[in-house]
Design a protein around this ligand. Structure first.
Ligand SMILES: [Cu+2]
Length: 517
């Protein structure tokens, strides 16, 4: 275009001639670009077409993760977890190189009672550094297993803490700096069930693996060689999205039900996928718990949506001899159809078939009252902090291991205001504490958010207010994390660090990630 100014004039002034050239070029560009963009979008839609995985046979019994062995030493309940590589046979020629704790895929279920001192001896038999985070636990930052507590190959780490929180379905998984998505995808995760006999409402199904069933839901894809395919969809906004569901590592799973009521402790252990659980015949189920424990009262519902890292406990009533399928309906991922689609918003899955025996043992009725509501009064808050989730950052900053983002005084009740201003689905997880969701865009949250939470879905275009209380475990140097639990987002930097300090104390220096632990 600049060359035109050197051409001899033929009736047109130079500027006018340049303008017509520019218009012509613009018109050609539009004629070329519009079909190209259209073809790209159509190709993208074809490549990223919604996944509808229906299971015909449900021919494998649901694996129940074994309860971890433990022993009591010096008043502590001690568990051993060893992370190692192995091979897992998922059936029908699907044999994958996987990672697991005390086995080739996932790990045993740890279980402890409120008041107990626990210690977990973590050994890393992998060829690279990892860490183990106790998701949902209230514990000292140094025991938390975040990116500062890397366990090198061949090394061990033995965190210990006292269980001091209500009964809940929590879990453990690696949290190495920038590598969490990869390590969890390979198979490192397990459940950690907390009991609290003193506040047990009674009557809930509670025989582990029989009518009280752990259910770790993950999506995976298998390549032509039978191994895991960790390729991400072309236009994904949440990282990896798999096409096959693993329930406790089982593909096409069923569970034999022998009681009228069965309790499912559902953990969304997936990297980026949001599920919208419900039964295939749309029957009513009772949600009885969320991340941090039992809800104040059972919530009758037909859908339970969980983003990565969230848990819900539900009770399903079965009739003798029938089958019913736990299904994932299309999740609600916001109003932007493109982003929703590219985050798995159009996908549906069969998860697990429940097969009732011809005669079912009688179950007790679920109590009308389950637990005390969270006793967090926003009127007592001493501080409001704001967190804006955008791009791969929080408040414009990417995770920096050497930067403490927030300094919290012990004993404080605070309000954390979390905004997701864009179209991409995110969620928000806070280490150390269970919080209460006060409101979402000014509205009181629905019943599933009436209990304790540590991970909450951040719907695109909304702001929510959380109330948190930091009761103990001061340490000016070792930080806790807050982050998006979409693992690809977290790894790319959507994470920050806070320390809990004595009143008036300043934050110190975070330890290096490889400080000899
Ligand atoms: Cu996110």
């Amino acid at each position: 275009m600049t060359r035109s100014s050197h051409l001899p004039q033929q009736g047109l002034t130079q500027p006018r001639r340049g303008r017509w050239r520019r218009r012509l070029v613009a018109a050609v560009a539009v004629l070329v670009a519009v079909p190209a963009i259209t073809i790209a979008i159509l190709a993208g839609l074809w490549v990223d077409r919604p996944v509808h995985t229906e299971i015909a046979e449900f021919d494998r019994p649901l694996a129940i993760p074994p309860l971890a062995d433990s022993r009591v030493e010096d008043g502590r309940r001690v568990f051993d977890l060893t992370a190692a590589e192995g091979t897992t046979d998922f059936g029908e020629g699907r044999k994958a190189r996987t990672w697991g704790f005390n086995g080739s895929y996932l790990g045993p279920t740890l279980r402890a009672e409120r008041g107990e001192e626990v210690q977990v001896n973590v050994t890393n038999d992998l060829s690279e550094s990892t860490s183990v985070h106790w998701h949902g636990h209230h514990l000292p930052a140094e025991m938390d297993g975040g990116p500062h507590q890397a366990v090198g190959p061949g090394e061990s780490w033995s965190p210990h803490w006292q269980i001091d929180q209500p009964a809940a379905t929590t879990w453990y998984h690696p949290h190495p700096h920038g590598e969490t998505a990869d390590h969890v995808h390979r198979g490192l995760a397990g459940m950690f069930i907390l009991d609290d006999p003193d506040s047990d409402p009674g009557g809930l199904p509670s025989e582990y693996g029989v009518d009280d069933v752990p259910l770790i839901v993950q999506d995976r894809s298998f390549g032509s060689n039978g191994g895991f395919d960790d390729g991400e969809p072309m236009f994904t906004s949440v990282g990896f999205l798999g096409e096959t569901i693993l329930a406790n590592g089982t593909v096409d799973a069923h569970h034999e039900v022998t009681t009228e009521l069965v309790r499912l402790r559902i953990l969304n252990g997936s990297n980026g996928r949001v599920y919208n659980f419900g039964m295939d015949d749309d029957r009513e189920i009772l949600q009885i718990a969320s991340d941090g424990g039992l809800l104040p009262e059972p919530h009758p519902t037909r859908r339970v949506q969980l983003s990565p890292g969230e848990r819900a406990e539900v009770v399903v009533r079965m009739e003798p001899g029938e089958t019913a399928v736990l299904h994932s309906y299309q999740p609600d991922l916001g109003t932007d159809p493109w982003t929703s689609r590219f985050s798995g918003g159009g996908d549906t899955f069969d998860i697990l078939q429940l097969r009732a025996a011809d005669r079912l043992e009688e179950s007790a009725e679920v109590p009308d009252e389950l637990a005390d509501a969270p006793d967090l009064d926003p009127g007592e808050a001493s501080q409001t902090r704001t967190f804006r989730l955008g791009g791969s950052n929080i408040n414009g900053e990417k995770m920096d291991m050497d930067r403490i983002d927030e300094v919290v005084e012990v004993g404080a009740t605070e309000i954390w205001e979390v905004t997701n201003p864009g179209n991409t689905p995110h969620n928000f997880h806070v280490h150390d504490v269970q919080f209460r969701v006060l409101d979402i865009d000014g509205r009181e949250p629905e019943a599933p958010l009436s209990g304790w939470k540590d991970t909450v879905y951040a719907e695109p275009g909304t702001t929510m207010r959380l109330a948190l209380r930091f009761t103990d475990y001061t340490d000016p140097d070792f930080p806790y994390m807050f982050h998006c639990h979409v693992l690809r987002h977290e790894d790319r930097g959507m994470m920050g660090q806070f320390v809990v300090v004595e009143p008036g104390q300043e934050s110190g220096e975070p330890p290096s990630s490889h400080a000899g632990h």
